[in-house]
Design a protein around this ligand. Structure first.
Ligand code: NCD
Ligand code: ZN
Length: 333
């Protein structure tokens, strides 16, 4: 059995810099037509010059492939209207991180509420720039995302014209909030559709399944599956593929991030097939995102075949999600 996907999009991707960029970028550009590139580099992307240079590096690393890097800026609360006007055609969105919540987010925002963010968000709303949010508080790790939900709601209400994307949602609380507000959307990762906290820490600790936000309870995963498998128009695929060298994962003080880019489409096909929902995969991996972000990606046809495939033990020095496991779909291009 073969299955074709047209112009798959990854709406949340970490490509890193330098050598890591050279290893991982081609693994996305091979199968995706475009991706939203996260700005949590070192230092984070916060000037036009940095942004254009980073885009150039990505285009060089993906040369020969049809692939659009949709660039994002690291949210700062002091960006001026002039600056945002001058950069708006180069970006698709701006990503807001609570300070210190995840990898390279130390320069993020420490007070997240409507009044502190009003000046910047009003400009973004006027200019039609989408806001991506890593929605976690600094509370107890299992409650961080649910505790952030009232903030999502307050922002959605205060800025009704601003499109807000709740990034990598992991809880039923977020899934419910998403459906309450017209201007809230969400990305869902591959790994949060597959695993719960039990897979991470229920037996021997699995560093390659450790990420932010941490995987939650079975009922949370069910809520995400319900949205993704039915390709609810408010959700889109965003892998949050976040490579770290093996030495940074298999270490005391394991870095947060799961590397899924090279096997994401195969494992999505397997999941949608298992639930008899393959007809919804195209919308989840491309069409919904095209509508939400008003983009038309370059045409790229990816053929998947239902055939056994063993996920490699590593790509360069990065260990992928489900390394060495046999899966049921392979890319046939
Ligand atoms: C991401 C990374 O490593 O950049 N890590 C992660 O666990 N998801 C950052 C992020 O999206 O939180
Ligand atoms: Zn991320």
């Amino acid at each position: 059995m073969k299955l074709q996907l047209t112009s798959p999009l990854d709406m949340h991707l970490h490509l890193r810099q330098d050598n890591m960029l050279k290893v991982v970028a081609p693994l996305s550009s091979k199968t995706f037509s475009g991706a939203i590139i996260m700005p949590n580099t070192l230092p984070p992307i916060s000037t036009k010059e940095q942004l254009l240079r980073y885009k150039e590096d990505i285009l060089n690393a993906t040369k020969g492939d049809t692939f659009t890097p949709y660039m994002t800026l690291f949210f700062k609360n002091d960006y001026s209207r002039e600056f945002l006007e001058s950069i708006k055609d180069e970006i698709l969105s701006i990503k807001l991180y609570p300070a210190g919540i995840t990898t390279n987010s130390e320069g993020g925002v420490s007070t997240i509420d409507v009044e502190s963010l009003r000046p910047t968000l009003e400009i973004m709303s006027d200019l039609g720039i989408v806001l991506n949010i890593h929605g976690e508080t600094d509370g107890f790790v299992m409650d961080r995302e649910a505790e952030f939900v009232p903030i999502y709601k307050a922002l959605a209400k205060a800025f009704p014209k601003l499109k807000i994307v709740m990034e990598h949602i992991t809880t039923k609380a977020s899934a419910d909030a998403l459906l309450e507000f017209e201007n809230l959307y969400a990305t869902i990762t591959l790994h949060h559709l597959y695993i719960t906290l039990d897979d991470v820490a229920g037996g021997m600790l699995q560093p390659h399944l450790f990420c932010k936000p941490i995987a939650k309870r079975p009922e949370d995963r069910e809520a995400l599956l319900e949205l993704a498998l039915n390709a609810n128009p408010k959700v889109m695929f965003g892998s949050d593929s976040a490579p770290h060298p093996k030495s940074a994962k298999e270490a005391p003080g394991c870095a947060a991030g799961i590397f899924t880019a090279p096997i994401a489409l195969q494992l999505l096909a397997q999941l949608f097939d298992k639930h008899n929902k393959l007809e919804n995969l195209q919308a989840f991996v491309s069409n919904n995102a095209q509508k939400i972000y008003a983009i038309t990606p370059a045409k790229k046809i990816i053929t998947l075949e239902k055939k056994s495939f063993k996920i490699p033990s590593s790509y360069g020095n990065v260990v992928p999600f489900m390394a060495n496991e046999e899966i049921g779909f392979v890319i046939d291009n």
